[in-house]
Design a protein around this ligand. Structure first.
Ligand code: ADP
Length: 415
């Protein structure tokens, strides 16, 4: 069969071929326009392939099509280009039948069939290559994430050991001084002062261990909340009292403003919200130089109350603004870790913000930070946004539990 003749036949059906296939495959006006251009390119290459007898002419366009798949396509195992090619094959036959004589149709298909077969093979091959590339890139990403996690885990062990060791050394010191005193009847230090030192060490140890327990509960979705009526303005007043000494020590100003919604009664786990806000405030004090200011304000949103804690501190680099809420993500230089809770930049075990986030999310709220970067000279400051749902009733399961408890008590009294 003369190749030139077949390419002439193809040219004869070009117009209907383009119209039919772009209608079948194109979604929407814009999609069809784009597709039409691609189909024209395909058709021209098909003619070249027929005339030269080399199906390889179609390769560039097939590779382009296989490579232009988006990430979403890639994650869906089922989607391949074969159905597109099948539509092209079926419609080519159908258009040829409509527009050509029977023997011409046969001639055309005889030449086109091997070209189409070749195209199927090429598409399968390139799609496999693209998929392998995609999967390896994902694997590489996962590998990097795992390595980062592994590194932060060992950092955490180092920091946790250091954090636990410091109060322990303190306790050992005071305890040995007490022993000396008892043995030598040394009256220089009263036992009460020494015992206070021991107490402080024990309290700090307890706090660190509580944080570790909280993190593991949050991790395993086991943080159970004890919903009670809560008034934010009262809670913030308590916090202001508790922070007074730290703020004074650092010569800072802590301004807590009333705001719409702060006097509303909402159901929340007061103790845990207290802990979350304490973490944010101690951080604000910690990462703001002496003489700085911390402001707490808020606003009422639909279904939520938003608290904003703004400081005039060193700020947070953009790349760290999500990481600090991840477990172990906030671990900085291990050598900076100190047990001074509000000492300037004194790093902690890096569990405060992950716990805070866990507590807020367990309530159905959220937390994020805004800052123009970290700069110890220009002090851009940070603003933490805290969303707490305006829950006017305790959540269902708690009501259910309460109901169960009262009906159980009723049963018992009947028996
Ligand atoms: P840490 O125990 O280290 O304070 P957190 O989870 O409370 O752990 O905080 C994680 C990190 O987030 C801190 O080490 C610090 O780098 C950063 N950070 C938190 N709050 C602030 C703030 N107000 N200003 C600047 N940096 C902050």
């Amino acid at each position: 069969m003369n190749q030139m003749l077949v390419s002439d036949l193809l040219r004869q059906i070009r117009r209907s071929w383009l119209a039919r296939i772009s209608n079948q495959l194109g979604r929407g006006e814009e999609g069809r326009e784009l597709l039409l251009e691609e189909l024209k390119r395909f058709f021209d290459m098909l003619i070249q392939a027929v005339e030269s007898g080399d199906p390889g002419w179609l390769n560039p366009i097939l590779i382009d099509w296989a490579s232009s798949r988006t990430e979403t396509d890639m994650s869906d195992e089922e989607i391949t280009l074969s159905p597109v090619l099948s539509t092209i094959v079926i419609e080519t036959t159908s258009v040829a039948r409509d527009e050509l004589q029977d023997d011409q149709v046969l001639d055309l298909l005889e030449v086109l069939t091997p070209i189409f077969n070749y195209s199927y093979e090429q598409i399968a091959k390139h799609e496999a290559l693209v998929r392998i590339g995609y999967v390896s890139a994902r694997l590489e990403k996962i590998q990097m994430e795992l390595e980062r996690l592994d590194r932060s885990k060992s950092d955490f062990i180092a920091v946790a050991a250091h954090e636990l060791k410091t109060p322990l050394t303190l306790i050992e010191g005071y305890a040995s001084m007490l022993r000396e005193q008892v043995l030598n009847e040394d009256k220089n230090e009263t036992p009460l002062v020494l015992l206070k030192g021991v107490d402080n060490g024990i309290r700090r140890l307890g706090e660190i261990i509580d944080d570790m327990i909280d993190v593991s509960m949050i991790d395993n979705d086991m943080l159970s909340l004890n919903f009670q009526p809560m008034w934010l303005n009262r809670l913030l007043n308590v916090l202001k009292q508790e922070m007074t000494d730290h703020v004074k020590e650092r010569n800072q100003i802590l301004e807590i403003n009333d705001f719409p919604g702060s006097n509303e009664m909402i159901f929340a786990d007061t103790e845990r919200i207290h802990k979350a806000l304490t973490n944010i405030l101690t951080n604000a004090i910690k990462y703001t130089p002496d003489g700085g200011k911390i402001t707490v304000e808020g606003r009422l949103l639909s279904g939520f109350v938003e608290i904003l804690v703004t400081d005039t501190g060193i700020g947070i680099a953009e790349e760290n603004q999500t990481r600090i809420f991840e477990k172990f993500g906030g671990l900085g230089d291990v050598s900076l870790h100190s047990s001074g809770k509000t000492k300037f930049k004194g790093g902690g075990p890096g569990l405060g913000l992950p716990i805070t986030k866990g507590i807020l999310e367990a309530h159905g709220g959220s937390i994020w930070v805004e800052s123009d970067g970290c700069d110890e000279e220009n002090l851009p400051g940070s603003t933490f946004h805290i969303l707490i749902p305006l829950r006017k009733e305790p959540p269902d399961d708690q009501v259910a539990k309460l109901f169960e408890a009262t009906s159980d008590a009723g049963q018992e009294s009947i028996q």
